[in-house]
Write a protein that binds this ligand. Structure first.
Ligand code: HEM
Length: 534
């Protein structure tokens, strides 16, 4: 028992518990030293200069000075929650991944939702893609399914990622606008990048202004592989379907909410979970083989394409439930490190050139953001299964090999050892070809799925897309960029193009865009186009 009147208590292990005069534990420095006065610096006389002797002051301020770490270079603003994944049925026929073997088994998970373009302090209801990053702590290591709420992406090759992100972030000289898409640089890049057209239709749709995280779908985007115990591969696309269904806000609501409550989505998730309304998603898969893939007129490696669910229905294989908020935002939501390359045995990559580039980028960025190679020592990133290796040292090492052995093979009969049976085996896909920098022909159609998406929308949703394009493009000051975008829309839907063109003051419609656009463009609008100056 604590002995408050004595203000000290020695625990069973000899540790000294010290209590302040009101019975609260005594404030200490980071070194454990008890503090007598946390209100006044040490000075020569009450009105005199401060003394460098004041180690408590120096430690407190030094620590405060170092509180910030770099925000994520993308997806800086996010909000996370803990939960679990529950398997519906054994998927052993397709994958040896341990988490998919036993019906009813629950595996702990952490999810971080985010916006892409805004800074850490930006508002929740920006028109933007939402990140939907899931870490599942499986018994064969962490699986990170780092997805978005939109099933396609802006670019087909990871080498363009810095460009698309630079164009959407604030312009480098002005450091504005902070609003996501409404500016010349973004629309300049987009209109010079026809492969972005499918994604742009989604971003201009209500999907980009969700009512809350609980009403969003999530997508793994790329084609992945399931690999079973016999080393047979099946292609797989991952989808998260919200139990509550899909809901968005209208643009005028989004604008008002951003002003009234920039934390709208955070508050919604916090309140739902704290009140026991645990949000839930089903993990659904589209499974197919190479023969089936060959029947499509697009490439399943192209991340700007979906496989329509009418052609290949999704199959629910489990559910994700979020039932606990982090105790500390920084320790968990800010320090969590998602990496596409975190896959357990039984899940493998395809040759999607965006995915391949991501598999390099995430480890690299975590090293910078979390300050060194030991970020897996942080509790939120550590596996929740037994793990053993000989990694050692480095900044902030919390775990080091114990004893003499820190290498293998060794003669001291000490593990751990690799296991060709239990260990991760990459699917032995056969690859050959010349070393080239070349976009495949099968990646060339940038408009068909953009059109399919547009015509799949209800009339009010189509009106919202037109209104979003008109609003966004009316903020673009350079006429030729507006013209280029309308010329792309001519390839997607002529009625939409003319609606947008007329609202922007075009007297006639530009010719449909050439999908093979050069990377440099004349800044003069075409002479055929006459624009009413406004
Ligand atoms: C962060 C998704 C493409 C680099 C993220 C996050 C998500 C995400 C959800 C936030 C993770 C979190 O909450 O901590 C996607 C999707 C992509 C995509 C779905 C395409 C399908 C790319 C590409 C690259 C890239 C092509 C680079 C080549 C990054 C980086 C971060 C990030 C550097 C910051 C990670 C961090 O600091 O924690 N991405 N991304 N992403 N992504 Fe991507």
């Amino acid at each position: 028992a604590t002995i408050h009147d004595q203000k000290l208590h020695r625990g069973a292990g000899g540790e000294l518990h010290q209590f302040a005069e009101d019975g609260m534990p005594v404030l200490t420095t980071a070194q454990g030293g008890p503090v007598s006065d946390d209100q006044n610096t040490l000075r020569v006389g009450a009105r005199g200069p401060a003394l460098i002797d004041d180690f408590h002051f120096r430690e407190k301020i030094f620590h405060f000075d170092h509180e910030r770490i770099p925000e994520r270079v993308v997806h800086a603003r996010g909000y996370g929650a803990h939960g679990y994944f529950e398997t519906y049925e054994s998927m052993a026929a397709y994958t040896r991944a341990d988490l998919f073997q036993r019906p009813g088994e629950k595996t702990p998970a952490f999810v971080r939702f985010s916006t892409v373009a805004g800074s850490k302090g930006s508002f929740d209801l920006a028109r933007d893609v939402r990140g939907f990053a899931v870490k599942i702590y499986t018994q064969q290591g962490n699986w990170d399914l780092v997805g978005n709420n939109i099933p396609v992406f802006f670019i087909q090759d990871a080498i363009k990622f810095p460009d698309v992100i630079h164009s959407v972030k604030p312009e480098p000289d002005k450091e504005f606008p902070q609003a996501q898409s409404a500016h010349d640089n973004f629309w300049d890049f987009i209109t010079l990048t026809p492969e972005s057209m499918h994604m742009i239709m989604w971003v201009m749709s209500d999907r980009a202004i969700p009512r809350s995280f609980r009403f969003m779908e999530g997508f793994g985007v790329h084609t992945f592989r399931f690999v079973n115990a016999a080393d047979e591969s099946t292609f797989v696309k991952f989808h998260w379907k919200p139990k509550l269904g899909l809901q968005s806000v209208a643009w005028n609501e989004a604008v008002k909410i951003n002003g009234a409550d920039p934390d709208f989505h955070r508050r919604d998730l916090w309140q739902a979970i704290q009140s026991g309304n645990f949000p839930e998603w089903e993990l659904c898969v589209q499974l197919f083989d190479q023969d089936f893939a060959d029947t499509f007129d697009f490439d399943i490696l192209d991340p700007t394409k979906i496989i329509p669910e009418e052609i290949l229905p999704v199959k629910p294989i489990g559910r994700l439930v979020l039932d606990r908020m982090p105790e500390n935002f920084f320790a968990e939501t800010e320090q969590v490190a998602f990496m596409t390359q975190n896959v357990p045995p039984g899940i493998d990559f395809s040759n999607d050139p965006l995915l391949q580039g991501r598999n390099f980028s995430y480890l690299d960025t975590q090293l910078k953001r979390l300050g060194g190679p030991n970020f897996t020592h942080l509790p939120i990133n550590a596996p929740k299964c037994p793990f053993h290796n000989f990694q050692q040292d480095g900044h902030m090492a919390m775990r080091n090999p114990v004893g003499r052995v820190n290498y293998q093979p060794n003669s001291w009969n000490q593990g751990p050892r690799e296991s060709p049976v239990q260990g991760y085996r990459h699917f032995p896909a056969e690859e050959q070809g010349p070393k080239v920098r070349l976009r495949p022909e099968s990646f060339a159609d940038h408009y068909s799925q953009a059109r399919q998406f547009y015509i799949s929308q209800t009339p009010p949703e189509q009106r919202h897309i037109a209104a979003a394009l008109i609003f966004e493009l009316s903020k673009v000051e350079t006429p030729v960029i507006r013209e280029r975008m309308v010329s792309h829309l001519m390839n997607i839907d002529e009625t939409l193009a003319s609606k947008v063109g007329h609202a922007l003051g075009f007297k006639s419609m530009p010719k449909p865009a050439d999908a093979a656009m050069p990377t440099r463009q004349d800044l003069e609008p075409s002479p055929a186009l006459s624009i009413i100056e406004r």
